[in-house]
Design a binder for this molecule. Structure first.
Ligand SMILES: [Zn+2]
Length: 361
């Protein structure tokens, strides 16, 4: 996003009338020991124009307890981002170690779902997502699927399942509204689903290598896809609804199309040339798209509408789509299944095999 949107963010009227205090400086410069990512050549870079490094998911860093933790109530507030219109959150704020406070160029608040960034290729920290998840389900995640569920491993369970759930909820609700929590008792694992994807992204950073009540060092990853067909359908409907809302909010419709197209590829749906899009190349695509969607809304059942690549997707997007198809064909992944993990899938189907070393501690 360019800086042409300057200042428009602060004029948003209405419900967000609450004044923010200036953000607190969470740490003094130099206060945090640079233990992370030792001798990997990756810089733990506290300078804001560079997001490289600081990956806490390699096998060493992932087992070192985080030295800092964000406290939303105490730490959040206004930063320069609130005046410049930057809509991305500060990664270091989420990790509890931003020394800049109100002078930071990024937001020191939770991601605001009502103003979510239209660019689905980035997470709430402006980091680029990838075509596919890493084998260990760490990292920024994929733009092919909206993921609101975190895998939380290495929990020290001291009570029953419901007790563990209470503990997990208490710690994770700080980062956004939780839709559901599923605890796998005796397996040190819980799945936490947020209502909004941005909050899951934030929580993943905020809770990485933190403790719950028992001085554990959590292993927080993206959850693999819920295999339950009902949830899949629900998720698709939810995304469709969001897409419509997004377009009505005048977001770039090409992005929505691209997401649809990718999903269609993933599911092996044929991309037909839709005859209903015709000659009129001059009409702005936004309008055309909007009309279509209004139509679609009045119809009770929105059919699995195949995306229409012709004229709506940029050449770049088409290229990327082809590229994904190729990758999929090459890896033989027919159905959006998780990428081939080095280990065979566990017999229970709970999908714990890919998350790294929760069982070999
Ligand atoms: Zn910051």
């Amino acid at each position: 996003m360019s800086s042409t949107t300057q200042a428009e963010i602060q004029v948003v009227p209405g419900k967000k009338a609450k004044k923010l205090k200036p953000a607190r400086k969470q740490v003094k410069p130099g206060e945090v020991e640079k233990k992370e990512a030792p001798q990997t050549g990756k810089e733990y870079n506290i300078w804001y124009n560079k997001w490289a490094g600081g990956d806490r998911e390699d096998s060493y860093s992932n087992k070192v307890k985080s030295q800092t933790r964000c406290n939303i109530k105490r730490d959040s507030g206004m930063t320069r981002a609130n005046t410049t219109g930057v809509k991305y959150c500060c990664l270091f704020f989420a990790r509890g170690c931003c020394p800049y406070g109100w002078e930071c160029e990024y937001l020191h608040t939770l991601p605001d779902p009502s103003q979510s960034v239209p660019d689905t290729s980035k997470d709430c920290f402006a980091r680029d997502k990838f075509a596919d998840y890493r084998d260990d389900m760490g990292g920024v995640g994929s733009f092919q699927r909206q993921n609101r569920t975190l895998y939380v491993g290495r929990i020290k369970e001291t009570g029953t399942g419901p007790e563990t759930e209470e503990v997990v909820r208490r710690h994770f609700k700080e980062w956004g509204e939780i839709e559901k929590i599923r605890v796998l008792q005796y397996r040190s694992v819980a799945f936490v689903t947020y209502v909004h994807e941005g909050h899951a992204q934030f929580a993943k950073e905020a809770m990485a290598c933190q403790s719950l009540d028992n001085d554990e060092i959590l292993n927080v990853r993206w959850a693999t896809e819920d295999p339950n067909p009902t949830s899949k359908v629900e998720e698709r409907e939810r995304l469709e609804a969001m897409g419509r809302e997004a377009i009505q909010a005048k977001m770039d419709p090409r992005i929505i199309d691209a997401v649809r197209a990718v999903r269609a590829l993933e599911e092996g749906v044929e991309l037909d040339d839709e005859p209903e899009i015709e000659e009129d190349e001059d009409a702005p695509p936004t309008k055309r798209r909007k009309l279509e969607l209004e139509d679609a809304e009045s119809t009770p059942e929105l059919p699995e509408e195949p995306p229409q690549p012709k004229g709506l997707l940029s050449a770049d997007t088409l290229e990327s789509l082809k590229y994904f198809t190729e990758i999929r064909q090459r890896s033989g992944a027919a159905n959006g299944a998780a990428k081939v993990a080095p280990k065979p899938p566990p017999p229970t189907g709970l999908g714990l095999g890919g998350y790294g070393s929760d069982e070999d501690d």
